[in-house]
Design a protein around this ligand. Structure first.
Ligand code: NAD
Ligand code: MG
Length: 395
């Protein structure tokens, strides 16, 4: 279109926190007059999915949960929206000809449909960081082979993307990922041992889905982001730094060989990064909060503590070991997160389980294909389930 914006959009994971924010940005930029929504997908939240599909006039609505197919079908009867379900439904959604696809499913469940959209050449707006953590170079290669762009939506990676001047890549020294530190930034390990899911999910600055909120509390989210950054920007492990910045105003920074550091700042609102991914290389006009520096008064920074937040050390280990260690870390973390949410393990148990699974699977060979990535992912989940069961027996 003249505005340089894509016209046909698909949102994988439209009912989640990123999905809802994406639809808000779409509405702010003109809604149905400016865009055609091809497919929307969700999992359990059928009512919201049906409402989104009706409002946007989507061609296709998909629930990942097969058992919800008839419920979705009923909710959309007479609307003209096609309905599908399950893995094949997600594949169908990813296959529809949308030139821009928001990848906002949570976890490895998003990998297959995102790869499908990438390989047919869609521009991928990537929120679903687990794709890059588990498939790494193979994912980047799939996007490259498809011919579309990979535009980060994760706020830190969007910030780096906005600060990187491609003509100065030779002078890039390091990137500095900011981390809020989450709700337990000042907790001792003893205090963290007994926290509940309800406190772990209450992020001080951002309102997000459950997994990433708990991941912010454990800093596993930052661990995943370290790996994500390496692959997105083609960095060596030693070029990826993390700094705790409790206000979440500086979204991340890029350091160059002349000592300059370029940062991107903004209110903690994902719509800025989503809008950038939707209109790149232009910038949209968005109704989001503007920073008031006098009111902010100060920005704080502190070194991360890897004793209290072992996730950061595990990410560095995974980056240094290479191969499928990051895929193993990601799959073990997702399994351990599910066990924490089910109250089967404590908060600190998550990192212990991930570390044990990474050690047990240290000699898995590197993946040459996506099928081998999925195999390593499954192996890590099985191993994590075993490790959790052994801990339960011992307790
Ligand atoms: P969320 O839990 O709010 O939403 C997840 C979406 O995925 C929902 O639409 C849900 O229905 C769908 N889904 C869940 N399980 C599924 C399955 N098995 N198969 C198919 N679909 C499934 O999550 P979110 O916070 O929106 O995060 C989505 C992704 O974006 C995550 O990878 C997260 O790390 C990343 N991200 C989120 C934020 C944020 O502010 N929320 C910021 C940066 C990155
Ligand atoms: Mg982030």
């Amino acid at each position: 279109t003249d505005s340089g914006r894509p016209r046909h959009l698909t949102i994988l994971g439209s009912t989640g926190s990123i999905g809802v924010n994406t639809l808000d940005v779409v509405r702010q930029l003109g809604g149905r007059d400016a865009f055609e929504v091809m497919a929307l997908t969700g999992n359990g939240n059928i009512e919201l999915l049906a409402q989104q599909a009706r409002e946007t006039g989507a061609k296709l609505a998909v629930t990942a949960d097969e058992s919800q197919y008839m419920t979705l079908k009923d909710a959309l009867s007479g609307s003209g929206v096609d309905v599908a379900a399950g893995v094949s439904g997600l594949d169908e959604a990813a296959s529809l000809e949308a030139e821009w696809v928001m990848a906002a499913i949570v976890g490895t469940a998003g990998l297959a449909p995102t790869l499908k959209a990438a390989s047919r050449g869609a521009d991928i707006a990537l929120a679903n960081k687990e794709c890059l953590v588990s498939a790494g170079e193979l994912f980047v290669e799939a996007v490259r082979a498809g011919g579309g762009r990979l535009i980060p939506v994760d706020s830190e990676h969007s910030a780096i993307f906005q600060c990187l001047d491609n003509d100065q890549r030779h002078a890039l020294e390091r990137i500095v990922l900011t981390a809020s530190g989450g709700p337990f930034r000042t907790h001792s390990r003893e205090q963290m041992a007994n926290v509940t899911v309800e406190t772990a999910r209450t992020h001080p600055n951002w309102s997000m889905g459950l997994k990433i909120s708990v991941g912010s509390a454990s800093m596993f989210n930052k661990a995943l982001e370290m790996v994500e950054a390496k692959h997105l920007f083609g960095l060596r492990p030693d070029q990826v730094e993390v700094i705790v910045h409790p206000q979440s105003i500086v979204h991340s920074m890029v350091g160059y060989s002349d000592g300059s550091v370029i940062a991107q700042l903004g209110a903690p609102d994902m719509r800025t990064a989503i809008g950038y991914a939707l209109t790149y290389p232009k910038r949209p006009k968005l109704d989001v909060e503007r920073l008031d520096f006098a009111k902010l008064a100060r920005l704080d920074f502190e070194a991360p503590d890897e004793k209290r937040f072992p996730a950061l050390r595990l990410a560095r280990t995974a980056l240094e070991r290479g191969g499928v260690q990051a895929a193993v870390m990601n799959a073990a973390e997702e399994t351990a997160f599910n066990a924490f949410v089910a109250s089967r393990i404590g908060f600190l148990g998550m990192a212990e389980i991930v570390e044990e699974v990474m050690e047990r699977l240290i000699s898995l060979p590197p993946a040459r294909t996506i099928a081998e990535v999925f195999a390593a992912d499954s192996e890590a989940r099985r191993t994590a389930v075993q490790v959790i069961a052994i801990r339960e027996q011992a307790a």
